[in-house]
Design a protein. Structure first.
Lengths: 255, 255
DNA sequence: CTCCTCTACTGTTATATAGGAGTTGCCGGC
DNA sequence: GCCGGCAACTCCTATATAACAGTAGAGGAG
């Protein structure tokens, strides 16, 4: 293994390249330890700060994780949740579980939801646009954090026009069997279609904490609008999830 | 503006927080310059390295961009390309442009495609699985970089089973009017459906360079499989695009 | 007026050093 | 055997310093 201090490529990047290579080629398996900063600095003959920067590069790429006092190891990837558009078809919804619960069940992970907020709030722009109402007018929100397999999986806010949920268990902690979509349909709002909009970005500090994200892991923001047969938007589902735990799949016709 | 060196929160993060705040609140508009490293270090009374790290945090969050010799400025966001699933319907395809060209046209951006590779390659696992063939068996690939508005927008590799493209212009630089889908249909493979799979992650070094990605910008990897009326996968489209320039929209029925 | 060069700014890489803080395991006292 | 404490390891923050490289503008030579 050669480091050329006179190369065009900075030393810290050369060191990062070296370990990226080992990881890509599988010679450093997930869970395997990388040399400590001090060891790196000795074996490559560079200053501590330079060794540290090399590891920093790999961290920011999400290839390794480092724990204070314990060292740096190749990142282990958990299972990926495949979110297919078919999960929201009526047949699947009829199975009795809300969307997320069913997803987790299919992976064999235990499921939990933690209610963060339940009540009326002024509609943010993004939500108001999709519900076809004035920005700032009151809407009902169910704001929660979904857990699967003991880890936080997504932050999910569901927004409803007030007139649709009055007197339903949607305003309660437990929206009842089949989730809130079932309640809306019981109330005569048969769901006709969904629109999902996805965007990937880096997480905010808060999101990082709430989702226990490792450095270098982006998030996917998914906004789903549920439309009833009358063409009315009856729910906007606004969520943020860890990109390394979710894969999205959509099937659609070619004509 | 106060920095507390004895705080629990590291100094460099406190400085980053300060500017993140200014940016979030709009007091530092997109394009506005942040103080130089030297200035920061003077006004906050910290070492140069510390000031530098603060800016590094903001860079990694994608909030600012810095140019060597010119300083650090609040990031300006370009327009977002909205990729709706309807863009691939037959009606839209019939308009005569390939998918990407039509997308760019709709935004009023000029379009260019740069061919990177054209020829047979052994099928990587990911592709073979979707084409229902053996991993490593030969497939034809069109590997290109798509440009829009003078900027690289995506890396796109299209893979085809060999028997489908022999003697068609798909093997040439220019696949002809309507793109390769039109050629496949002319040949009797009427497209029935698409499957798109999306996943967000941080880019590799190569992708960063090829897409001219700013630090802290994730990419979205989109794999589209085109299925003909006989149920055969006739193309796998494997692409990588900058997350901050693309938004994905899917509409689908609720039953 | 145009072109070049010099200079003062900007960020970039690398060094050396120091003290702090989390983790682990060993070893001795009980 | 158990427990406490210490030592040796890990990473983390911060300082100071140096040389290098890209940018932009001022000012002089032609």
């Amino acid at each position: 293994m050669e480091i050329d201090p006179n190369s065009d490529r900075p030393v810290f990047k050369q060191i990062a390249d070296h370990f990226r290579d080992l990881i890509d080629r599988g010679e450093l398996a997930p869970g395997a330890a990388l040399p400590s900063e001090a060891q790196l600095s000795r074996t490559f003959g560079v200053a501590g700060g330079t060794a540290r920067r090399a590891l920093e590069v790999l961290r920011s790429e999400g290839l390794v994780v480092t724990e204070h006092g314990r060292g740096t190891r190749v990142r282990e990837r958990g299972p990926m949740l495949r979110l297919a558009s078919q999960r929201l078809t009526r047949a699947n919804r009829a199975a009795g579980l809300g969307g997320f619960a069913a997803d987790m069940r299919s992976l064999g992970l235990d499921y939990k939801q933690e209610m963060l907020h339940l009540g009326e709030v002024p509609a943010p722009r993004r939500i108001a646009e999709r519900l076809n109402i004035e920005e700032g007018s009151p809407v009902f929100v169910r704001r929660r954090r979904m857990w699967g397999g003991g880890e936080p999986m997504q932050l999910a806010d569901s927004y409803y026009p007030l007139d649709l949920i009055e007197g339903t268990p949607i305003t309660e902690e437990n929206a009842g069997p089949g989730g809130s979509y079932a309640r809306l349909e019981e109330r005569g709002h048969r769901l006709a279609s969904f629109r999902e909009e996805l965007q990937a970005r880096m997480p905010s500090e808060d999101e990082k904490k709430a989702l226990r994200l490792l450095p270098g892991v982006p998030v996917v923001a998914l906004v789903r609008t549920a439309i009833d047969t009358g063409g009315r938007a009856v729910e906007v589902f606004d969520s943020v999830m860890s990109a390394d735990k979710h894969l999205f799949q959509y099937d659609f016709a070619a004509d």
